[in-house]
Design a protein around this ligand. Structure first.
Ligand code: GDP
Ligand code: MG
Length: 224
């Protein structure tokens, strides 16, 4: 199941996992926002745009999709996961249930994507809550190894290991898909992205309707 010949304007990455594991917090903090204890629960699907440098020094954007657990939006999220070039599975180290559920999430998206073809990142979040730990580090490592994914334990609250984890995923995506990056127009794109600076690192909310519009309007553009 290859979707990698689709030309894209940015690198789509999905976050998946039980609700309250910290998915929104992780991508929000990575996108440069302050951690909040009262982050409102995600309704529908949002994405964050984060400008990054690739290992070859070229600029590119990550489109970080945030998914909510609510049933009505789940199908939209799972449908869109097929365009991803990277998937981040998040569990909460204080919740063994959220860890066990990762396998269910994998089973569910395996109907839509071939996860062996996509770089995977497994994150055990909330390591600032060591006293409440309910999942050992080794268990997380084992799960990630089983699926040949990257593994880190993080704290969105303390901004711990977030950048390192994303950088490792970016490197893996770049190594796997570098032939599909279009660098010819990179200078133009850089100029355009400077002009659109306000578009960078901002959170965009979509409902399923304008999501479709957005997708069809961008599906013919180049990746980076
Ligand atoms: P999501 O439902 O997976 O998107 O989770 P959220 O990002 O909405 O976070 C759920 C709750 O956990 C919120 O109250 C966050 O403030 C909190 N949270 C997220 N990450 C961390 C973390 O690393 N440490 C702690 N202590 N709390 C966190
Ligand atoms: Mg959320």
């Amino acid at each position: 199941m290859s979707n990698f010949n689709i030309e894209r304007t940015s690198i789509p990455i999905f976050t998946i996992g039980d609700s309250t594991t910290g998915k929104t917090s992780i991508i929000s903090v990575y996108s440069g926002n302050k951690f909040s204890d009262n982050i409102s629960s995600t309704i529908g699907i949002d994405f964050f745009i984060k400008k990054i440098s690739l290992p070859n020094g070229k600029n590119c954007s990550l489109k970080l999709w945030d998914t909510a657990g609510q049933e009505s939006y789940r199908s939209v999220a799972l449908k869109n996961v097929k365009v991803s070039l990277g998937i981040i599975f998040v569990y909460d180290i204080t919740s063994n249930k959220s860890f066990k559920n990762i396998k269910n999430w994998i089973d569910e998206i395996s109907n839509t994507v071939d996860i062996n073809e996509i770089p995977l990142l497994f994150l055990g979040n909330k390591i600032d809550l060591q006293k409440e730990r309910d999942v050992e580090t080794e268990e997380g490592e084992k799960l990630a190894n089983e699926y040949k994914g990257l593994f880190f334990e993080t704290s969105a609250k303390n901004n711990e290991n977030i950048d390192i984890a994303f950088n490792a995923l970016i490197e893996k995506i770049y190594t796997k898909f570098k032939n599909q990056f279009n660098f010819e127009n990179n200078n133009n794109n850089e100029k355009k992205s400077n002009e659109n600076q306000s578009e960078q690192n901002k959170k965009i909310s979509l409902n399923s309707e304008n999501l479709k519009k957005k997708e069809s309007s961008s599906s013919t553009k180049k990746l980076c």
